[in-house]
Design a protein around this ligand. Structure first.
Ligand code: AP5
Ligand code: MG
Ligand code: ZN
Length: 217
């Protein structure tokens, strides 16, 4: 099964991916995580991505598409992928569909996690991320067991440079103008599932799993 997680910055894509990959037995492929990994390794790709990410803008389609398609060529992706943060533009969505179709695969469902704007800003300003495995935490809604340390791997927690209020506002603007059209794209294909993301983390997980089970039954 191949699933796309759609949602504004802070909607909970990374948070839900951590639960869903286990439930569905698929691999988590997050374009933002791939860019941050490249950046931590100081690669050319990382440095290029940084110049866009720090402003809250999208990294150019060409570069992003190539990076993600290369990632899903790896054999661990054969049993299914949970896409997080990709696709984010219509060209990315079409490129992904074409690539999967050429291998007789397809996107089965796109889950749109909907959260009101004020809640998104609050979530991102209290977010902490693991430097090693990128698991997200929140100072109030999902604190780690040990302050500053990841529950999963013990890695150090940090705050993302693009989680400042100014950059968050730009990321939201970019989401509504460039990414929202792909919600309609998947809706037209009959693949869209909408989930209320403004409830407790485990309620959102339960809602998504329930929908995916009924829809694919
Ligand atoms: P990316 O890393 O994809 O960031 P994003 O889309 O802005 O989304 P976030 O990771 O900020 O939010 P999330 O939905 O994962 O929320 P989370 O689960 O962490 O992209 C970063 C940048 O990379 C982009 O701006 C762009 O420059 C570039 N990029 C990436 N992909 C690209 C692409 N395809 N094309 C071009 N450029 C690309 O949760 C947020 C917080 O809320 C956490 O603290 C969490 O604990 C908390 N929380 C989660 N759920 C709940 C809940 N139900 N209740 C209360 N708190 C909650
Ligand atoms: Mg994320
Ligand atoms: Zn970790």
């Amino acid at each position: 099964m191949n699933v796309v997680l759609l949602g504004a910055p802070g909607a909970g894509k990374g948070t839900q991916a951590a639960v869903l990959t286990k439930e569905l037995g698929v691999v988590h492929v997050a374009s933002g995580d791939l860019f941050r990994k490249a950046l931590s390794e100081n690669t050319e790709l990382g440095l290029l991505a940084k110049s866009y990410m720090e402003k809250g803008d999208l990294v150019p389609d060409e570069v992003t598409i190539e990076m993600v398609l290369e990632r899903i060529r790896k054999p661990d992706c054969d049993s299914g992928v949970l896409f997080d943060g990709f696709p984010r533009t219509l060209s990315q969505a079409k490129a992904l569909d074409e690539k999967l179709a050429s291998e007789s695969r397809q996107i089965d469902k796109a889950v749109y996690i909907e959260v009101p704007e004020e809640a998104l800003i609050k979530r991102l300003s209290g977010r902490w991320i693991c430097r090693e495995c990128q698991t997200p935490y929140h100072a109030e809604s999902s604190p780690p067991k040990v302050t500053g340390r990841c529950d999963v791997c013990g890695g150090e927690l940090y705050q993302r440079a693009d989680d400042t209020e100014e950059t968050v506002r730009e990321r939201l603007k970019v989401f509504f103008s460039q990414t929202l059209p792909i919600v309609e794209y998947y809706e037209t294909q009959g693949k869209l599932l909408r989930v209320d993301g403004n409830q407790d983390i485990n309620e959102v997980s339960a809602a998504i799993t329930r929908l995916l089970r009924t829809e694919s039954a």
